[in-house]
Structures are given as C-alpha cells and as structure tokens.
Design a binder for this molecule. Sequence first.
Ligand code: RIB
Ligand code: CA
Length: 313
Amino acid sequence: MQPRKIIIDTDPGQDDAVAILLALASPDEIDLLGITCVAGNVPLALTARNARMICELAGRPDIAVFAGCDRPLGRALVTAEHVHGKTGLDGPTLPEPQMPLQPQHAVDFIIDTVRANPPGTITLCPLGPLTNIATALARAPDIAARLQEIVLMGGAYFEVGNITPAAEFNIYVDPQAAKAVFAAGVPLVVMPLDVTHKALVTAERNAAFRNLGTPVGIAVAQMTEFFERYDREKYGSLGAPLHDPCVTAYLLAPHLFSGRHVNVEIETMSELTMGMTVADWWRVTDRPANAMFMGQIDAQGFFDLLTQRLARL
Ligand code: RIB
Ligand code: CA
C-alpha cells in the first residue's frame, strides 16, 4: 500500500513536536511532503524555528519547512507561552536549527502541492490555528474538491474549553479560519479535547519514552515533563495530554479512535463563546454532518504505538 501523502500544518509546541516525530518514524504509512508553520502557541518566527529543530532531532534536515501566516484572519494573535514556555519548545535543550526555511510561503506550498497531485491524494493535518488552511482555501477554492481529507486537532464538546470556558485553543485563536474550514466541504476528521484529554502521559508512559535511551526518547520525555504542568494544575491530570499526536496516530491506526459523523459549527459572533465548536452530537438539528468528531481513544494502544515508533528514530 502506498504511503499517504500529507502536509502537517503546525505551531510547535511540544505536542506538535511529538506528532511530527511520529510521522517521521512511519515512512511506510506516511509520506510527509512538507511542514507548514503558523502562529499559535508562540509567534511564527518561533514555530518555524521549532519545526526545523524537531526535523533535525529526527535526523531529517531534508524535510521542507515553510513559514505561513503570522496572525489570525481577523483577530489579534493569542499565544500560549504559559503552557509551552517562552520558546514554545521548553523542556529539552536542542541546538538552533541549521536547515533553512523554504523561500515559498506556506499557503502557496499547500495550494501548489494539492494542484500538482492527483485529486484525492493529499491530506492536510492541521495541529494549530487554521489560518494557513483557510487562507489557502480562500485563495484557491478549487483545492477543496481535490483534497483527500483534513485530519485536525481542535475543538471540544463534552470537555468544553481549555483557553476560555467555551473554546479550545486552536479554534479560539482563529475562529474565522475555523469557520471557513468547517464549511469548505472537505472530509473532516476532528480530534477534540474530548479525545486528547484521555491521551495522558502518565509517569509510567513518560518513563517508557526516557527508557528508549535515544536523543529522541529523552527529548520527548523532557518535552512532556515540561508541558504537563499546565494540565496538572488546571485539571489535576495524571500527565500531559498528547493532543496533536492523536492526528498522526489516526493516520496510522484509525481503529484506536471512535466518534460520530455529525454537524460541527464554529461560534464567531459572541465573545462569550467565541471559537466554540458546536457539535450536534445528539443530532437534534437537521444541519448536515460535516465532520467525524472523535470521542474515544484506546489510550494504551496509542502509547504503545507511539513508543514503538519513536524507538525507530
Ligand atoms: O488545545 C490544544 C492545542 O493547542 C494543541 O494543538 C496545542 O499544541 C495547541 O496548539
Ligand atoms: Ca499545536
């Protein structure tokens, strides 16, 4: 079976880093065509720096990394240094990147890549605010029908918000972009907090990363030890929630997840609920289903897969 061609759109972020490493550790299933960076957890200059550091950590300075949008479509940028540290990748001490950024804008790379490949063969994997994705769809509406799927981390329903009482960070930062993406008609798979808050790096799981004894295993242990503080303090969690790696794991082992194909709309009118993902989980409206909204994960199966794959790097 041919590996699945994907573009990861990301705002690294320790959990983004693990998602990228999992993809790079899985070349038989995933052909990572490029990494497009967006402002989110930290400003664009840092997300573009961090993405390259992660590629070099994995021994993959050949991966094409692109800088994209440096602010949301219609709102001021909100960042998350309180969760991810001032660099966005606090925890391990990694060398500054030596590999260059690509000169092309990330949005143009997305558009050109989708147009240059046969219809239905490119999957976008957004792990941060959806600014790059929405900009590409607005600039080139033809790509919507050409995309195989968009598999994204974002939103929440039963779990409610992590940045406001109503909204999850990725959607909240750029709700206008999210509204456009959820309305674009592209097949969507959504990994919300309802799932990612069940993928916790317990002490045992963190030890399994560290016991790999490799630079990647040790760095991942250090990353998750750093960014678990926020969730431990806020939720009393047993460890860091591995939000973004759920996207990569879905591509590798979709059986680890379950959910419902329902309608999901994005709140963009009220500041009180700005960025809320209103999922019609109980199908009480006649709004058409537009997203596979995940609710459950086989957490141990996820961590077994993740740890086995990270051992390859
Ligand atoms: O709310 C969690 C999401 O926001 C994750 O993608 C994390 O990296 C941050 O971008
Ligand atoms: Ca992210």
